[in-house]
Design a protein. Structure first.
Length: 279
């Protein structure tokens, strides 16, 4: 499914989903659309696809929660909603061969690089690699979608780090096969993930890490009010959007929330920011 088709679905849903979910999907679709333009640059396409994926799952979390915890929770939530087994179909019908190849690749296995950095000659990473590969192959044979997703994205995350942190040369011959295969997989998986989120608009994926904050501040007094509330303060023309809550600061000249919303929409369109209304 294309970014354009997903965007049409998002628009059709209107205000039927939590605002934080709407924002995360909107952002993810924008990066998916950007990735679709990079047909001849797999490095760039992979990174844009990863940003789209990151926008879809990332949420506020405490110090006790790792990136892996977030991914595990995200996949668990979507698999529970995937009654048609769409993720299963993508993994096992389209990419079982590519998944085997990347699982066999030690250069996208983090313990290999850790051992190299730490000058660890104990061979422990090889034992871990063998155990991980065995578990992955067993999961592939048993078509265990959750296990395969977890192991696959562990590998893809290493590749993401190599590219995003300058640990690989652009268009390098050294990693062409793994970048190409990984990009093809992400290009197929990310739209399915977003499609599942759109098919289940009431599902809660938590608060986004970087909520929209739109401010139209000129002068006067400021206050945070609930969704749709009015501010009766003098010369107050500031609007702030916070995830699933909207705090409104409007002037006493506005007679209704509808007028305030219209003002925000016009400003949002002018500056190109995201705007979602429940009113």
């Amino acid at each position: 499914m294309t970014a354009s088709a997903l965007k049409d679905q998002l628009r059709a849903l209107g205000d039927t989903m939590p605002e934080a979910t709407r924002i995360r999907i909107h952002r993810a679709i924008s990066w998916l659309a950007r990735a679709e333009t990079e047909e001849n640059d797999p490095d760039a396409r992979f990174l844009f696809l990863w940003i789209a994926f990151n926008a879809a799952y990332a949420r506020e979390f405490g110090k006790e929660q790792t990136e892996r915890d977030q991914l595990k929770a995200y996949f668990a939530a979507l698999l529970a909603l995937d009654g048609k087994r769409q993720l299963h179909a993508v993994l096992f019908r389209e990419f079982s061969g590519a998944i085997r190849t990347i699982i066999e690749n030690k250069f996208v296995f983090e313990p290999f690089w850790r051992a190299l950095r730490d000058h660890d000659g104990s061979g422990r990473w090889e034992q871990q690699f063998t155990a991980s590969r065995t578990a992955a192959m067993k999961a592939l044979m048993g078509q265990q979608t959750d296990v395969v997703l977890s192991i696959l994205f562990d590998r893809l995350y290493v590749l993401r780090n190599q590219l995003a942190h300058g640990g690989a040369t652009w268009n390098s011959k050294t990693n062409r096969a793994q970048v190409r295969d990984s990009t093809h997989m992400l290009a197929a998986i990310v739209p399915v993930l977003l499609g599942l989120m759109l098919e289940n608009p009431q599902a809660d994926f938590g608060e986004i890490m970087y909520p929209v904050v739109l401010t139209l501040a000129r002068s006067g007094y400021f206050a945070h009010l609930p969704v749709g509330a009015m501010c009766q303060m003098k010369d107050c023309t500031s609007i702030m959007l916070f995830g699933s809550r909207r705090s409104s600061l409007v002037s006493s000249s506005f007679a209704s929330t509808h007028l305030a919303n219209s003002m925000i929409r016009r400003y949002s369109a002018a500056v190109g920011v995201e705007w979602y209304s429940r009113g």
